[in-house]
Write a protein that binds this ligand. Structure first.
Ligand code: ZN
Length: 106
């Protein structure tokens, strides 16, 4: 395999601003070095985006919104639970009353 240089043009910080030179690393795939291969660039961008989104997810205003959502959800569950308890209580009370009445009739 030839020691082909990476074809990516990079900003050279040692020289004048905005001066671009060819990347100094050797090409390993499709004429690009490991760092500059489009797949690697894409992967890095995706990772950066994912980190950004995660950060956004944990932003204070986002957490506040999440708390509000959870509180609303909690209230819904409590209401549902109260309904269940009520239904269960009536049913249970009815069963107990029926049992008692049956005993009385024996
Ligand atoms: Zn390169």
């Amino acid at each position: 395999m030839s020691r082909e240089r990476c074809k990516k043009e990079v900003r050279n910080r040692d020289y004048v601003m905005n001066r671009y030179t060819q990347c100094s690393r050797y090409a390993v795939k499709d004429g690009y070095c490991k760092q500059h291969h489009p797949d690697a660039v894409k992967k890095r961008k995706e990772e950066k985006d994912a980190r950004f989104h995660k950060q956004q997810e944990n932003a204070p205003w986002k957490l506040k919104q999440k708390i509000a959502e959870l509180q609303a959800e909690n209230k819904k569950l409590r209401d549902a639970l109260e309904d269940v308890i009520e239904a269960w209580s009536i049913e249970g009370a009815t069963r107990i009353a029926q049992k008692a009445l049956k005993k009385e009739g024996e």
